[in-house]
Design a binder for this molecule. Structure first.
Ligand code: ATP
Ligand code: MG
Length: 342
């Protein structure tokens, strides 16, 4: 049976990349799959977080999920720290994954920066917790942006090594020849890697110090207009074929954003706007961005006015997630050979 899991960190400044690369696609998957969507708050503290801000940001990501159209009654919406099995399974995976595997992770290198000795151990072990997030539900499909591809590969490696290392015990416990599935990443659509509006070689990110690098989900129409107007471009008009976007990363990015916002393709966008100057195309882009994002921002604001309701959604989702996670964790304990109360 196909089961979808994905998560978003409550690290502030939810942006258009998070929406187009992840949240918008979470909404679509609801019609065809059972879905579990998680606010991964334990991942957030791999870098320093102010406690009051963290609490608000957890509610804000939840509000974004709901405002975008995720239905927490038909699917599961919860926050990671309420289901302690994530941390338990992550420990087992710390003992499965090899140092050499984690040493290759580019996100750690990017986020740790030059002062690697001072990075938290949590930041280093992050991919193992992510593997646990997914595999504690034995999820088969994970919609993510392109930047998470390497972590999804590690998740498959962890699953495979667990299945191999404990193959005999897995069979003895009645789970056949594999306990964990080899999860498929779903990295699809025109906006799997939305780039910074200031620099076409960097991904749009919550942590970029320049607010002009990203469109936040909570930006008002004027702010969106100003950021798009100031977005970096080259002096040429838009090409009429996608081949003409090669080596024009800023142009390619704006076209991809337009395509994703309008549920079309880069080809369609260039059929309509090829030959236009950026001034005209940017005005059209502002219109589609505001039309799509303003209702989400309004609904997020409405939801944020009632934190009690958001907390109740998370508590309910966590209780339902825990049932599944607990079943997996009990099986893992039996497979590994831990003694547990019965
Ligand atoms: P941080 O800088 O704190 O890591 P982030 O913007 O990368 O923040 P995450 O919470 O790490 O956000 O990622 C949430 C989801 O959004 C993931 O599926 C990730 O792949 C996706 N995502 C993040 N940035 C982009 C982007 N620029 N384009 C497309 N998808 C993105
Ligand atoms: Mg990230």
């Amino acid at each position: 049976k196909e089961l979808v899991f994905s998560g978003v960190q409550p690290t502030g400044n939810l942006h258009l990349g998070n929406y187009l690369g992840a949240i918008k696609r979470f909404v679509t998957m609801q019609d065809t799959h059972d879905c579990i969507y998680c606010v991964v708050d334990m991942h957030a503290i791999t870098v320093p977080q102010n406690p009051k801000d963290l609490t608000r940001q957890i509610r804000e990501v939840t509000a974004a999920f709901l405002a975008a159209g995720i239905d927490p009654t038909r699917h599961i919406v919860f926050n990671q720290s309420q289901v302690s099995e994530h941390a338990e399974l992550a420990w087992v995976f710390n003992c499965v994954a090899r140092l050499g595997w984690l040493n290759r992770m580019t996100q750690f290198k990017d986020k740790a920066g030059k002062d690697r000795e001072n990075a938290s151990v949590g930041l280093y072990a992050y991919p193992n917790l992510m593997a646990a997030d997914i595999l504690v539900y034995r999820a088969t499909h994970v919609p993510v942006g392109e930047d998470q591809k390497q972590h999804l590969e590690l998740t498959r490696d962890v699953a495979q090594k667990f299945n191999n290392d404990w193959a005999e015990s897995i069979a003895e416990q009645g789970f056949g020849d594999a306990f964990f599935p080899l999860t498929e990443p779903l990295i699809q659509g025109p906006a799997t890697r939305v780039m910074s509006l200031r620099d076409g070689s960097k991904k749009m990110s919550k942590s970029d110090p320049s607010d002009y690098s990203r469109i936040n989900l909570t930006d008002d129409a004027d702010t969106i207009a100003q950021k798009v107007r100031k977005a970096k471009t080259d002096p040429e008009p838009l090409p009429s074929e996608v081949e003409g976007l090669k080596s024009r990363p800023e142009a390619e990015n704006l076209v991809a954003i337009y395509a994703a916002l309008t549920d079309t393709t880069a080809e369609d966008v260039l059929r309509q706007h090829g030959g236009s100057q950026f001034s005209g195309f940017k005005a059209a882009l502002v219109d589609v961005a505001v039309a799509k994002l303003a209702p989400i921002a309004d609904e997020m604001r409405r939801l944020m006015a009632d934190p009690g309701h958001i907390d109740a959604v998370l508590a309910d989702g966590s209780a339902r997630a825990r049932v599944i996670a607990c079943e997996t964790m009990n099986a893992v304990k039996d497979i590994v050979g831990f003694v547990r109360a019965r």
